[in-house]
Design a protein. Structure first.
Length: 232
């Protein structure tokens, strides 16, 4: 209990004193996690809708890959992203390795299958009779998409929260592609691992409390949007 209490005290001090390094780490964590979740949602939402409502060759194979990707080990994602971004890799000219962009890329790889799979499930749960009713109204494509999203909004927001939770907790891939460089690619999870390896458990606990606070605040906001955004 003393260790937990010291962690809480340390976290409070860091927040009140606006420790520059902790502030920078926290802001970078928010930046890469929100950007990667946004990109994954931007790709995953239409992909999940297409998989739910369209039939085409190779659909079952894609679904198999997407569902299997939900359990993709982050270090495997980090390895592949590292190889692609390596100097001699296909995307080496971008020079993204050991930058925040590389962390975003790795986080998109681990969160995208989750968002696609869960949005697919959300759209598949829409009652077929309701789908026929919507089609009978003769809506435009945009109106049809809006109504489908409205009906599946709870599942969609759950998918976004799951994707965000995955990237907030991500450490292996971020460490591999980002290098945990001070002032450049160090985020809360990689900083916690580093502090634990140094035996600074009180600092690691403080960082964990900050990370949990961020997760709770963002989840609260998303839950609020889930309840209100599409209310008639």
């Amino acid at each position: 209990m003393e260790l937990i209490w010291s962690g809480l005290v340390e976290a409070f001090k860091m927040i009140v004193q606006l420790d520059n390094e902790v502030l920078q780490i926290t802001l970078l964590t928010l930046q890469v996690c929100l950007i990667s979740t946004f990109i994954s949602t931007l790709i995953g939402l239409p992909a999940g809708m297409v998989l739910a409502f369209k039939n085409f060759a190779g659909k079952q194979l894609i679904l198999l890959i997407v569902h299997a990707g939900m359990g993709l080990p982050p270090v495997v994602a980090g390895l592949w992203v590292t190889m692609f971004l390596w100097r001699s890799g296909p995307l080496g000219d971008l020079q993204w390795l050991f930058t925040p962009q590389a962390i975003v890329a790795a986080q998109v790889v681990v969160s995208l299958p989750i968002i696609i799979s869960l949005t697919y499930s959300a759209f598949k749960k829409i009652d077929y009779a309701l789908i026929l009713q919507i089609k009978s109204l003769g809506p435009t494509t945009a109106q049809k998409v809006y109504m489908y999203i409205k009906e599946a909004r709870f599942g969609i927001m759950a998918a976004i929260m799951a994707g965000l939770g995955r990237v907030l907790a991500e450490v292996g891939a971020a460490m591999m592609v980002g290098g945990n460089l001070r002032g450049e690619t160090r985020i809360l999870t990689t900083a916690m691992v580093m502090e634990v390896s140094r035996g600074n458990f009180h600092i690691a606990l403080a960082l964990s409390f900050i990370l949990m606070a961020i997760a709770l605040i963002i989840t609260f906001i998303l839950l609020h949007l889930q309840q209100r955004r599409f209310t008639p």
